[in-house]
Design a protein around this ligand. Structure first.
Ligand code: SF4
Ligand code: SF4
Length: 461
C-alpha cells in the first residue's frame, strides 16, 4: 500500500508550498491507480478525419443557457459560419464545421442519453470556409478584445465540463488571480488526445497560456503534467526555459489528479470546496484542448470547429487519435477507423471513470467529446456486489476526505439531512471509491444519485 507523506511540504513557486509530495512529485491525498490503457493509442499520431455524412450540432453542448439557432432549414452554410447564437452570458455560440445545407432542426440523442434540439447539416464535402482573420501580434490586443474573441469563438471547457471560457476568464477580482493552471494531467485511463496535442503542437499550449497570462499580469502559469508523460515534461521544460512566468509542475500519476480541486491542491497547496470557485483561491484552471482553442481563436481567428478525439479500447481494430470536425457522428469515426476487432460489451463516451456508458454509437460529437472507449469486458457487471467488510479502502481512496461507505448508506435509505451533514455534496463524482471497494459496491453511483436529488430540491426552493 502506498504510504503518503503527509505534512511534508516542499517550497515551490514564490514561497507557495506543494500539497502532498511523493517521490519528488506533487499530488493530493487519496486517489487510485487504475490500469491506464494508454499504450493502445498514445504512440499513434493525430490523423485528420474528413467527415462525409450529415453533421449534428446539439444546441446545448455547454453549461448554461442553450444556444439559439440563427439559421433555417434550407439555408446554405460555410465552414466557420455561426449557426447558433449564445443564449445569454453563460452560454456559447456554435459554428458549422462543414459547408453544406441546413437539413433539419430537431431533437437528437446525445451521449448523456438526453434528447437535445440540434441543427442537422447536410455536408457537401467541399469544406468551403468563411474568411478567418489572423492576429500574430496578440500583445497588441486589449483584455476586452481578447475576452470578446474567446466569447465569440464559442470556447467552452473542452475537457468535459463545458463551462464557457470567457466567463471563467472574467472573475470578479482579476487582480487576485495568482495562478493559471493548465490541466495537462489527462488522468482518465485510455485517453491520449491531450498527450498527442502536447507532443505534436506544444507551441499552441504555450502561446495559449501566454495569451491568458496577458489578462492577469500578476499571475504565474503552471503546466501540471503527470509523470507518465516524461517526454512532455522534458519538452515543455525546454520550451518554457526562457518564459519566467511559466513553470512546469511534474505531478504523480494518480487518478483523479486532473480533478480541478486535486490539481489546485497539488500545484499550489490551496483548497476549494463545492461552494467556492477556483478564482476564490486565486486560481484559474483550463485544460489543454481549451487553451489550444484559445490559441486558435486569437492567433488564427478561427472559432471552435474541430477537436482531438481518441477512439480506443480493446474492441477497436485500430485505436487512434483523430482531429475531428465537431458534429461528426461517432459511427462515421468508427467506420473510418476500420470498425471493431471484436464485439464490444461496453461502450463509453469519454473515459472509464467519469464517462457516460452508451447503448448506441449513433451519437454526434460535441465540443466536449474527447473519446469513445469500446471494451470487450464490462468490469462493473463482471462481479457481484457483496456486503461491506468495513475495510476502509473507500475512505482511503476518496480525494475529498469523505466516508463513501456511510454516504452510500444514507443514499440507500433516503437520509438527505445526514448525507448533507456528512459533506456528501463535496463529492466530485470521481468514482475512486467504487474502484477501490473489494465488495464492488456501486458507491459513487449511489452518492451521485443522492447529490442530484438534494441539488434538485434546493433548486425548487
Ligand atoms: S465519495 Fe465522491 S469524491 Fe469520494 S471517492 Fe467517491 S466519488 Fe470520489
Ligand atoms: S471499500 Fe467497500 S467494503 Fe470497504 S469499507 Fe468501503 S464500502 Fe465497505
Amino acid at each position: 500500500m502506498i504510504q503518503y507523506i503527509h505534512n511534508k511540504r516542499q517550497p515551490i513557486i514564490n514561497g507557495i508550498e506543494s500539497g502532498v509530495e511523493l517521490m519528488g512529485l506533487r499530488t493530493f491525498k487519496g486517489g487510485v491507480h487504475p490500469y491506464d490503457g494508454k499504450e493502445l493509442s498514445k504512440d499513434k499520431p493525430i490523423r485528420e478525419l474528413i467527415p462525409q455524412g450529415d453533421m449534428v450540432f446539439p444546441l446545448s453542448q455547454h453549461i448554461g443557457a442553450p444556444a439559439t439557432s440563427c439559421v433555417s432549414v434550407g439555408d446554405s452554410v460555410l465552414r466557420g459560419q455561426k449557426i447558433a447564437d449564445a443564449g445569454g452570458f453563460v452560454s456559447a455560440p456554435i459554428y458549422s464545421s462543414v459547408s453544406g445545407t441546413v437539413k433539419a432542426i430537431e431533437p437528437r440523442r446525445v451521449a448523456t442519453g438526453d434528447m437535445v434540439n440540434s441543427i442537422i447539416i447536410e455536408n457537401d464535402g467541399k469544406f468551403i470556409e468563411t474568411g478567418f482573420e489572423r492576429c500574430d501580434d496578440y500583445t497588441s490586443l486589449s483584455n476586452d478584445e481578447i475576452i470578446k474573441k474567446i466569447q465569440n469563438a464559442g470556447i467552452v471547457g473542452m475537457g468535459g465540463a463545458g463551462f464557457p471560457t470567457h466567463v471563467k476568464l472574467s472573475p470578479n477580482n482579476p487582480e487576485k488571480i495568482e495562478f493559471i493552471i493548465a490541466n495537462c494531467a489527462e488522468c482518465e485511463p485510455y485517453l491520449t488526445s491531450d498527450y498527442r496535442s502536447m507532443v505534436e503542437e506544444p507551441e499552441k499550449l504555450i502561446t495559449g497560456m501566454k495569451i491568458i497570462l496577458q489578462l492577469f499580469p500578476k499571475a504565474k502559469g503552471l503546466l501540471g503534467i503527470e509523470d507518465n508523460k516524461k517526454d512532455v515534461i522534458d519538452a515543455m521544460q525546454k520550451l518554457v526555459a526562457n518564459e519566467p512566468r511559466i513553470e512546469v509542475v511534474p505531478l504523480l500519476t494518480k487518478y483523479p489528479q486532473g480533478g480541478e480541486r486535486q490539481l489546485i491542491k497539488a500545484c499550489t497547496d490551496r483548497e476549494i470546496n463545492s461552494k467556492m470557485l477556483p478564482a476564490d483561491a486565486g486560481c484559474i484552471v483550463d485544460n489543454v484542448a481549451t487553451i489550444n482553442a484559445i490559441y486558435t481563436a486569437i492567433v488564427e481567428g478561427k472559432p471552435v470547429m474541430d477537436r482531438i478525439f481518441t477512439l480506443t479500447g480493446d474492441a477497436i481494430k485500430d485505436p487512434c487519435n483523430y482531429r475531428i470536425c465537431i458534429g461528426t457522428n461517432c459511427n462515421e469515426i468508427l467506420e473510418q477507423a476500420g470498425g471493431f476487432a471484436k464485439d464490444p460489451v461496453k461502450i463509453i463516451s469519454g473515459g472509464p471513470m467519469m464517462g457516460f456508458s452508451v447503448m448506441d454509437t449513433d451519437l454526434p460529437t460535441t465540443k466536449t467529446s474527447g473519446a469513445l472507449l469500446c471494451l470487450t469486458i464490462d468490469e462493473v457487471s463482471k462481479y457481484e456486489t457483496t456486503a461491506c467488510i468495513n475495510c476502509g479502502r473507500c475512505v482511503e481512496a476518496c480525494p475529498e476526505n469523505l466516508i463513501p461507505s456511510r454516504l452510500s448508506k444514507f443514499s440507500d435509505h433516503g437520509e438527505k439531512d445526514e448525507f448533507e451533514k456528512w459533506y456528501g455534496l463535496e463529492c466530485i463524482e470521481c468514482g475512486s471509491c467504487s474502484f477501490a471497494c473489494p465488495a464492488r459496491k456501486p458507491l459513487a453511483q449511489a452518492i451521485k444519485t443522492m447529490k442530484k436529488q438534494i441539488l434538485a430540491d434546493k433548486r425548487k426552493k
